[in-house]
Write a protein that binds this ligand. Structure first.
Ligand code: NAP
Length: 380
């Protein structure tokens, strides 16, 4: 296995410093990535959207829960394979995964499910958490050291049963690794044809801008929904400015916006929502105003509350591709049909104004998880 040495990284950083992105990309011999170096938006076919220069279905499918729903119940593996295949049959071609989901097991499930139609879909995965490559044990650290990125990608390719990853994300910024080293490693993987596009998740804005200068970024993945709108203030305008796609994770507010969670719901202690203060009963009561709003609009539009949540996200921009997660076939069908729910500009303004008036109570994540977000990579 080729492993980057510190010297190579130092040379690469010096080389990348100060030269424009396109020049850097070409100079680094990025044949498969060449199409990415200009971020001129191609037009997507009907029912599809562009993430940078990557065309995907307008709604994707998140497979994080397919090995263990929110770290609790283990769904039937064959059912999950059938669900992924049903999504494809209904037009979904964008599947969201990560090394750490399972760890490993969600990639294996997705790999098995997608084998018959691999060439017709866009598969994503992510590196960046300290998952032991041999044991699959995650030690609750982040790491983007170049040799760990390479190792993660080799493992992901094997588990997914493919020779390339359509979109590879850095899952979280490593506060100890300059983004130059990350971009350079991804660039090398692109030159080898193993990665076609790249993205970042939950990074700080300065890191995104720098990453994009070094190697054009196709997509950012961060939490965004009617329940969590912080990214409207920073990352969404930056993505619009730079021509980067935006993939909202937890677009259904981890299920809250569908109305499936009420005041009677109690979460298993291992379910991370049990440790999220916005879901705590004292805040949940007030946050139910969001569900009421989604229900009111569902009635107006002849839809379901979760469909309103997804349709509202789709209406925020052509570069937005939500990836709702589900382990249930009826929910999959409902979520896909959300793309048919549209708003006039007056309706959208009315709904957004009503949303503006609701102040979400509580934090969005347990403290440890929150620490990993909005991180800026160190300077070289
Ligand atoms: N980059 C990151 O750090 C990050 C973080 C979190 C998530 N993600 C990605 O984003 C994807 C989506 O996020 P998520 O799954 O955590 O949250 P989500 O999509 O907001 O919500 C999923 C929850 O909603 C429920 N649900 C889905 N459709 C429903 C429907 N039509 N009616 C009622 N309930 C419904 C699901 O339960 P059922 O299974 O019962 O349908 C599940 O409990 C993940 O799979 C993962 O790929 C990325």
């Amino acid at each position: 296995m080729t492993v980057d040495t510190p010297d190579i990284n130092r040379n690469r950083r010096a080389f990348l410093a100060g030269i424009p992105a396109t020049a850097a990309a070409f100079a680094l011999g990025a044949a498969p990535a060449a199409a990415q170096t200009t971020q001129t938006a191609a037009t997507a076919a009907p029912g599809r959207r562009m993430l940078g220069n990557l065309e995907v279905s307008e709604l994707g499918l998140g497979v994080q829960n397919m090995h263990r729903t929110f770290h609790t119940i283990v769904p039937d593996r064959d059912d999950m394979i059938a669900l992924i295949r049903a999504a494809y049959e209904q037009g979904v071609t964008f599947f969201d995964c990560a090394e750490v989901y399972g760890p490993f097991e969600c990639e294996r499930i997705l790999g098995e499910a997608m084998a018959p139609f691999r060439d017709d879909i866009q598969v994503t995965t992510k590196f960046g958490f300290g998952v032991d490559p041999e044991t699959g044990v995650w030690d609750f650290t982040v790491t983007s050291r170049p040799e760990r990125i390479r190792r993660a990608v080799e493992g992901s390719l094997q588990r997914l049963g493919t020779d390339r990853i359509d979109l590879l994300y850095q899952h979280r910024v490593d506060p100890d690794v300059p983004i130059e080293d990350v971009a350079g490693t991804v660039q090398d993987l692109m030159a080898e044809g193993k990665v076609l596009h790249w993205g970042l998740s939950e990074m700080g804005p300065r890191t995104l801008r720098r990453a994009h200068e070094l190697l054009p970024v196709s997509a950012v993945q961060s939490e965004y929904s009617m329940m969590w709108r912080a990214r409207e203030a920073d990352i969404l305008p930056l993505c619009a400015e730079l021509g980067i796609g935006f993939v909202p994770f937890a677009p259904l507010g981890y299920g809250f916006l569908t109305g499936a969670i009420d005041m009677e719901t109690s979460f298993a202690p291992s379910d991370f929502r049990a440790n999220t203060s916005r879901m705590a009963p004292e805040n949940r009561a007030s946050n139910m105003a969001l569900v009421e709003l989604a229900r009111e609009w569902a009635e107006r539009k002849g839809a379901k509350p979760g469909q309103i949540a997804l349709a509202w996200l789709l209406a925020q921009g052509d570069n937005i591709v939500p990836i709702p997660g589900t382990t249930q076939m009826p929910h999959l069908r409902t979520n896909i049909a959300a793309a048919e729910v549209t708003f006039t500009s007056d309706e959208l303004a009315e709904l957004t104004t009503a949303l503006d008036a609701i102040e979400v109570q509580g934090g969005r994540a347990p403290a440890l998880v929150a620490e990993w977000s909005d991180v800026e990579a160190p300077d070289v």
